[in-house]
Design a protein around this ligand. Structure first.
Ligand SMILES: Cc1cc2nc3c(=O)[nH]c(=O)nc-3n(C[C@H](O)[C@H](O)[C@H](O)COP(=O)(O)OP(=O)(O)OC[C@H]3O[C@@H](n4cnc5c(N)ncnc54)[C@H](O)[C@@H]3O)c2cc1C
Length: 475
């Protein structure tokens, strides 16, 4: 069937884009029904990974974190026969063959896949404010997530810039952490929920500025944010801050489907009651559909519905090479990948990062899943046979849970390196290493001089590529 695929690959039955509750649930249903299913996306990038405590996901008692729920979803998915590929899809296109659609998904790294059907579950991403300093000071005090980064600014004054209930909740959250919170209302009136509004007004450690225009976020000589400059009723005000959290809403991540001819409502994907779009074979689930109440359980339900609709669609087409089950409710486990489930192992290699990662099941599972680029690692070690790498991490941070296990696997080959792990929550670590975002990987040369740092996520395609750029002196 390769001739029907624009990039000459075999066709799969179902490509799911998005590894949040919508995509992972759809994957489970698709794979259980016997569809050849692949899920693209990064579970740590979705909203649930950044949700903090979640009290309303059925079966999840004891107020777990969203991060732990998404890790359980990944583990559950691992029990079934579908692939989770942590790559970003850049564009989806469509061509017609034998009267039905074929979808081509092109990844950011140029790889491509063809599928008879697609479920789009790409959720939403944070809106930018669009002011001077916002880009420049990102990860140096500008953040879009109080849950991910709030604890980094303990005992410092911070600003929350926004207007809605989520911004108010962020301010209330930070009131327990920061030395003072400035709530900077970027619209004439803040909040919708009167109870939340009353709560923020009664909170002594929050000062409210309503109906302001933000002029600039600026920084000091250390390169970190130190001021928010705004205009309120003609007066210019400068607030001394350690961080500015932008909470001005979300935008649906629907642009990758613009070439398919999907009908939108605003920028959200328009679907019917079966999660079908106007294009045959193309379904959508979760926050991307802009349905009422963006919630994890709703996205998961949408994902299940979208997959059931896809199963029916593929059966009607009669194209699948897989053995489709007659119902999707049978007890069918895939290749039992769950048997490989990680147990917590410690002190195997004497590498501090390995031990750190294997003291936590979620980290250990990420370590297992990662396939490092051995060629690039060997190249790096040839360029820099010795040195020191300090990893500053915390267990609650989504980007740490993605990248720290990967770095642990990469540094296994750093046999002549000094490998140090520092827990960000330990007294004095933030100040000692001047940390504004985690994870931070600090690379020192053999003489102990800092040569560079990888902050939060790789700048290039992978941590391995970043390391090569650092070794070459052009990071
Ligand atoms: C602070 C906060 C608190 C919350 N609290 C709760 C709560 O208490 N209870 C609750 O039920 N809900 C809560 N939510 C909402 C909930 O997290 C979301 O409704 C839910 O995660 C949406 O699921 P989704 O699968 O639609 O999208 P997401 O979870 O956002 O997942 C989107 C996925 O798409 C992937 N993706 C995006 N673009 C691409 C691309 N181009 N290529 C490949 N993959 C891509 C991402 O990597 C990610 O894996 C909260 C959200 C936030 C931000």
């Amino acid at each position: 069937m390769t001739q029907n695929c624009l990039c000459g690959k075999s066709l799969i039955d179902l490509a799911i884009v998005g590894a949040g509750p919508g995509g992972l649930t759809a994957g489970l249903y698709g794979a259980r029904a016997g569809l050849h299913t692949v899920v693209y996306g990064d579970p740590y990038e979705g909203q649930l990974a950044r949700a903090g405590t979640v009290e309303n996901f059925p079966t999840q008692t004891g107020s777990p974190t969203g991060l732990s729920i998404i890790e359980k979803m990944v583990e559950h998915a691992g029990e079934f026969d579908y692939e989770l590929i942590e790559k970003k899809v850049k564009q989806i296109s469509r061509n017609l063959h034998d009267g039905h659609n074929i979808f081509t998904l092109t990844m950011e790294n140029g790889d491509c896949t063809c599928a008879y059907s697609v479920i789009l579950a790409t959720g939403t991403k944070y809106k930018k404010l669009g002011v001077k300093g916002e880009e420049e000071y990102y990860a140096k005090g500008v953040s879009y997530c109080t849950i991910c980064d709030g604890p980094l600014y303990k005992d410092l004054p911070v600003a929350i810039v926004g207007f809605g209930d989520e911004a108010i909740m962020a301010a209330l959250r930070m009131a327990n952490i920061a030395s003072h919170v400035y709530f900077v209302g970027s619209k004439p009136k803040i909040g919708g929920d009167p109870n939340l509004r009353a709560e923020i007004e009664n909170e002594e450690s929050i000062t409210i500025y309503e109906d302001v225009r933000i002029l600039e976020i600026s920084g000091g000589s250390d390169g970190n944010v130190n001021q928010l400059i705004l205009k309120q009723r003609g007066n210019q005000v400068s607030l001394e801050i350690g961080a500015a959290f932008i909470e001005v809403g979300v935008l649906p991540s629907s642009a990758i489907a613009s070439g398919v001819g999907i009908e939108l409502t605003g920028q959200f994907i328009k679907v019917d009651h079966s999660q079908a779009t106007n294009v045959h074979g193309f379904f959508a689930a979760g926050d991307i559909t802009g349905g009422q109440g963006r919630q994890a359980v709703i996205s998961a339900g949408d994902g299940a519905k979208a997959a059931i609709s896809t199963i029916d669609y593929i059966k009607r087409l009669g194209v699948s090479h897989s053995k489709l089950k007659t119902t999707q409710w049978g007890s069918i486990k895939g290749n039992q990948k769950a048997k490989q489930k990680q147990t917590v192992l410690a002190s195997k290699s004497g590498n501090a990062l390995y031990d750190y990662v294997h003291s936590d099941e979620g980290f250990a599972a990420g370590y297992q899943r990662y396939e490092p680029d051995d060629k690039l690692i060997r190249e790096f070690v040839t360029k820099m046979p010795t040195g020191k790498i300090v990893t500053v991490s915390a267990h609650w941070c989504p980007d740490c849970r993605r990248n720290v296990p990967r770095m642990a696997k990469i540094t296994e080959e750093f046999t002549h390196w000094d490998i140090v792990v520092e827990d960000r929550d330990k007294e004095g670590v933030r100040e000692k290493y001047n940390i504004r975002k985690i994870p931070t990987f600090i690379i020192f040369d053999k003489d102990g001089n800092e040569i560079n740092r990888i902050i939060e996520n790789p700048k290039y395609q992978s941590l391995e590529e970043d390391l090569i750029k650092i070794a070459d002196g052009n990071y």
